[in-house]
Design a binder for this molecule. Structure first.
Ligand code: GDP
Length: 454
C-alpha cells in the first residue's frame, strides 16, 4: 500500500558542483510556507510565477540574492506544493541554504523521491517514471525521442489497450463459467481465440522493438577495422572530433582498444577502435589483433577502412577474409588524395560502401546515413512505441507466454477456468509495466536508481 507522504522533502535539483545557478527544490505540504519564512520578496507568492528577492537566515542575515517560484499542487511535478529557489552556485551558499531549509522543517530527499511522489500521487505511471530516469541518461537524440514518447504515456496507452482487450476476453470466458445460462451472450471460444491471437501478435511485435531499444540506448556495437595505416584512428577522431585516439604515421602504433558511446547526428553507436590486424607482430600488437577479432565477433557493424590512395595490399585481403559475410560498411578513406581506382575489388559481398576523408571530414554524413538506413530503416519517426527497458521486456515475454498457453488451452478444448488462469496472469503482468499491483520493495528499487533531486 502506498500512503501519500506528508513531510516536505528538499534536494539540489541541478547537477552537483559549482555552476552559475543552482536549483534547490522542495516538495510537500510545508514547501511554500518554509520558503515564505526565509524569502524576502513578494508575499503572498502567486503560483507558477518567478519572483525576485533575498533569502535571509533565521537571524536576519542575507544569504543570497535569488529568484524563486512556487508551484502549488496539484499543478506541479509531484502534485504537491513545490517551491524552487534559484541561487548562486557557490558551494558555501548552497550548503547554508540547504541547512536553513532543513532547520525550517524540510527533510533531505532520497534519490528519485520527487518522481516517486509523482507516481504515488497518480500524476505519472511507472513506465513514465522510468522514462524520466532514462531521459536523464539519454545519450543520443534518437534515445531522447524514444524515451520522450514513453514519458508522454505512449507505452502506457499501448499497455492499457492490451489490458482492456485481455479483460474483455477474461470477462467473456468467466461469464460462461459463472453463468452458464448466459453462454449465448458470451462470445464463443472461436472468437475469443481469434482476438487472443491478434493480441499475441501485437505483443510479440512490441517485444521485437527491444532490439531497436537496446541499439538506441547503448548504441550499435561498432568496430573500426583495417590494416595498419589506412586511417582507422583518424576516422575515429574525425567522428569523435577530439583527439582521443593516438594518431601516428608509424605503422602499428595504435595498440589498445577504445570504446566510446556517441551520437552521430542523433544516431547512437558504441564505437570500438582496434589495433590493426597484422600477422607476425610483437606481443603487444598480437594482443591488439586478438582484441580486434573478439570485437568483430561481438560487433553488429564493422567499418572496414581501406586506404583508397594506394594499391590494395595482402593485409587488406586478410581483413576482408575475416569480415566476409558480416554486416559491414566499406569505408574508402583518404579520398582527398588521388585514387588508385582498384580498391573496389575488395568488396566481394556487395556491402554498402562510402568514400570519406578522415582528414577533411568529407563523406562522413553519407556514412552516418548508411548506418541509419541499415539499422533504423531510415530513421525513427518518434511515433513508435519502443521497449527500452529489460524489465519491461521480461514482463512482456511472460505475458506473451501466458497468452499463448491460454490459446493452446482453447485449442485443446481445456476447461474454461484453466484458460482464464493464464489470461488473468497475463493481465496482472501487464499491470506491473504501468505500476499497478507493484510491491513497495520493487518501487523502492526502481526509484533508488534515480539521481537525487529527481
Ligand atoms: P591507423 O593505423 O589505421 O589507425 O591509421 P592512422 O589513423 O594512424 O593514419 C595513418 C596515416 O594516414 C596518418 O599519417 C594520418 O594522418 C593519415 N591519414 C588518415 N586519414 C587520412 C585521410 O583521410 N587523408 C589523408 N591525406 N591522410 C590520412
Amino acid at each position: 500500500m502506498n500512503i501519500p507522504e506528508n513531510d516536505t522533502i528538499v534536494s539540489i535539483a541541478s547537477p552537483i558542483g559549482t555552476g552559475a545557478i543552482i536549483i534547490v527544490r522542495m516538495s510537500g505540504p510545508s514547501a511554500a510556507e518554509i520558503l515564505s519564512r526565509i524569502f524576502k520578496g513578494k508575499s503572498p507568492m502567486p503560483s507558477h510565477t518567478m519572483l525576485y528577492g533575498h533569502i535571509e537566515d533565521t537571524e536576519g542575515n542575507i544569504l543570497d540574492e535569488v529568484m524563486c517560484c512556487c508551484m502549488y499542487g496539484p499543478k506541479s511535478y509531484t502534485k504537491e506544493d513545490i517551491a524552487e529557489i534559484y541561487c548562486h552556485g557557490g558551494h558555501a551558499v548552497v550548503l547554508r541554504l540547504m541547512d536553513l531549509l532543513i532547520k525550517c522543517g524540510a527533510r533531505l530527499a532520497e534519490p528519485g523521491e520527487f518522481t516517486k511522489r509523482a507516481f504515488i500521487n497518480g500524476r505519472i505511471d511507472l513506465s513514465q517514471a522510468e522514462a524520466v530516469m532514462e531521459l536523464i541518461s539519454a545519450k543520443s537524440d534518437m534515445a531522447r525521442r524514444a524515451v520522450l514518447r514513453k514519458l508522454h504515456g505512449g507505452l502506457s496507452r499501448r499497455i492499457n489497450n492490451f489490458r482492456d482487450r485481455l479483460l474483455g476476453l477474461i470477462a467473456n470466458i468467466e461469464l460462461s463459467i459463472d453463468y452458464p445460462e448466459h453462454e449465448e451472450e458470451a462470445k464463443n471460444l472461436e472468437l475469443i481465440y481469434d482476438e487472443g491471437l491478434n493480441l499475441h501478435v501485437e505483443i510479440e511485435k512490441l517485444l521485437k522493438t527491444k532490439t531497436i531499444g537496446d541499439r538506441i540506448k547503448s548504441g550499435i556495437p561498432t568496430v573500426i577495422a583495417g590494416r595498419p595505416n589506412v586511417g582507422k584512428s583518424s576516422l575515429l577522431n574525425a567522428i569523435l572530433q577530439e583527439d582521443r585516439a593516438i594518431v601516428s604515421s608509424i605503422s602499428g602504433t595504435t595498440r589498445d582498444t577504445l570504446t566510446e558511446t556517441l551520437s552521430l547526428k542523433g544516431i547512437p553507436i558504441s564505437l570500438t577502435d582496434t589495433a590493426g590486424i597484422r600477422e607476425a607482430a610483437g606481443e603487444l600488437e598480437q594482443l591488439g589483433i586478438e582484441r580486434t577479432k573478439e570485437s568483430i565477433d561481438t560487433a553488429e557493424l564493422t567499418l572496414f577502412v581501406i586506404d583508397a590512395s594506394v594499391p590494395l595490399r595482402q593485409e587488406d585481403y586478410a581483413v576482408a577474409d575475416l569480415l566476409r559475410g558480416r554486416p559491414k560498411i566499406i569505408v574508402y578513406n583518404k579520398c582527398d588524395l588521388a585514387k588508385t581506382g582498384l580498391a573496389g575489388e575488395i568488396n566481394t559481398d556487395a556491402s554498402p560502401a562510402v568514400e570519406v576523408s578522415a582528414k577533411t571530414g568529407a563523406g562522413l554524413d553519407s556514412l552516418y546515413k548508411i548506418i541509419e538506413d541499415m539499422f533504423f530503416e531510415g530513421g525513427l519517426s518518434g511515433d513508435e512505441d519502443i521497449i527500452t527497458s529489460a524489465g519491461h521486456a521480461h514482463l512482456l515475454t511472460e505475458t506473451s507466454n501466458h497468452l499463448s498457453n491460454s490459446l493452446e488451452a482453447i485449442k485443446e478444448g481445456m476447461p474454461e477456468d484453466l484458460i482464464s488462469i493464464d489470461l488473468r496472469a497475463a493481465y496482472a503482468l501487464l499491470g506491473e509495466v504501468i505500476g499497478e499491483a507493484v510491491g513497495d520493495d520493487i518501487l523502492d528499487r526502481i526509484f533508488k536508481e534515480f539521481c537525487v533531486g529527481k
